[in-house]
Ligand binder design. Structure first.
Ligand SMILES: [Zn+2]
Ligand SMILES: [Zn+2]
Ligand SMILES: [Zn+2]
Length: 150
């Protein structure tokens, strides 16, 4: 699960507000609502911190092709984002942008429970596989024992 699963167009709940600011807060790289906005100081476009960090590895220019870009945190975009509200897909918790980020990072309890129950379901499968290997080993060993007795 990534932070994008908690903060996206589908989890935003104050739609009217969102539609007004939408064009300002969509990352041109990932097309999702920006997480941790960083602004190119030349073209003034904003991107997710994570997206820009990956972009820098591939290109010395900004995504809009500015040369020698300098990226800075965008307080204006952060403020716009902080007014949006999101609904957690896993527990129906409704939080503002920053609180939803915390909700993801501190771990949604319900998501943890879902994850645990999925892992519980996986367990018997693994045991069965192991049992099969053990059985095969047992058959081989008993065959060998019979042979060696002769
Ligand atoms: Zn992005
Ligand atoms: Zn730029
Ligand atoms: Zn939750």
């Amino acid at each position: 699960m990534e932070i994008e699963d908690y903060i996206n167009e589908k989890t935003v709940i104050n739609d009217k507000n969102y539609n007004k600011v939408k064009d300002l807060i969509i990352c041109l790289i990932c097309q999702n609502i920006i997480i941790d906005p960083l602004m190119c100081m030349i073209c003034k476009n904003t991107f997710c911190k994570k997206c820009i960090n990956q972009w820098i590895k591939r290109s010395p220019k900004c995504p809009i092709k500015c040369k020698n870009p300098n990226y800075q945190e965008s307080t204006k975009k952060t403020e716009i984002l902080s007014k949006l509200k999101f609904k957690c897909n896993f527990c129906n918790n409704i939080s503002e942008y920053n609180a939803m980020k915390n909700h993801f990072f501190s771990g949604c309890e319900n998501f943890k429970n879902i994850k645990n129950s999925l892992e519980e379901k996986e367990k018997p499968k693994k045991d069965k596989k192991f049992q099969k290997i053990e059985n095969k080993k047992g058959i081989l060993e008993s065959k060998y024992r019979i042979k060696s007795k002769k």
